[in-house]
Design a protein around this ligand. Sequence first.
Ligand code: UT7
Length: 370
Amino acid sequence: MTHAAITGWGKCLPPAVLTNQDLSTILDTDDEWVVSRTGIRERRISHVGLEELAYVASMRALAAAGVEGSSIDLIVFGTCSHDDQVPNMASGIQARIGAQPAAALDINTACTSFLYGLSIANALIRTGVVRRALVIGAELISPFMDWTDRDVAVLFGDGAAAVVLEATDKEEGVLAEKLGCFGESRDILCVQGMGGRYANHGVLYGVTRWQFEGQEIFKKAVAGMSGACQDTLARLNLKPDDIDLVVPHQANLRIIEAVARKTHVPMERVFVNIHRYGNMSAATVAIALCEAIEEGRVGAGSLLMLPGFGGGLSYSAHVVRWGNRTTALRTSDIELPPNERCALELIQDCLRRKTQASERGTAKQPFAGL
Ligand code: UT7
């Protein structure tokens, strides 16, 4: 039976670091609150567009797999913060890595987009439609952030990562997954301003209002992820002890700890990098997976569990069998263009746009009646 092994991985973090201390200069917040409630110490703010982040990550993933872009049959781009809706993001990556005429599709299930994308690529490889796929999780949240809202501004960051999947006869890659969604609760995590319904009512690009019921999302995240983990373990007839490493979505350290408790996996076998980057939505698990490999936490034949949660409210859990190789075959020399500006300067642009909109009166009640 054909499986889809993960043979390459690469990440791209923009260099500008925004600390909790930086945020406390523009918001009524402080490092102690953010660290104790979320585990986040800093996050990255991008000086380039989403495609650029994703391109650099993709080239690193291709190099790690030792393959050329021209050998890719399918590109799945997971994101909710597109540079453009039309043409899609995946076609831009296809053109830049030289993968013509590979299939190229975007997928948006918010923070779980990379994981849902993994399922799509896995299914298309296992059914013989394609043989080699590039799955991307990338997010540029900063232009869409409401930098005046401390409830959400402290939580998110920018980043990108990608993996290469290849057909194999060995029992590797995704062994089983559970995908689900609490659609009835979708309004508790809603970014107003990102979409045609707002543009057509005069809301300026980048001016957003986040509808975000933190505590309710928290409960759903724990229930969704831990339930999906249990479901996936049961499908494979595995016990929590069989899992070598859990690489979960990183939205809040307390959520990760609660999921680990409910799944009966000790925190020593859970990978955490939320302190460095916050929640990068679709990029989060993809970047965490890259760093778990870099830090030697993934061994030959390791059994991984990847629980995810996001807007929708979507949730998922994948059990992945790693192959023999945990080192990159090659490295890529593609880098981001240099950045001259600090993270606070980068987000000043976003704040300026919002102020200009307020002065024109367009942002005063921009969402009234929508
Ligand atoms: O990828 C999935 C998307 N997101 C999530 O999974 C997030 C899920 N939710 C959470 O992570 C947590 O609910 C939050 C981190 C968002 C909030 O933590 P919390 O422990 O639920 O805090 P809270 O919302 O109950 O707020 C407690 C207090 C409030 O003040 P009062 O009403 O007690 O006086 C807030 O106004 O903390 C206040 N607060 C802040 N204080 C300082 C809220 N945000 C901040 C802030 N700095 N940034």
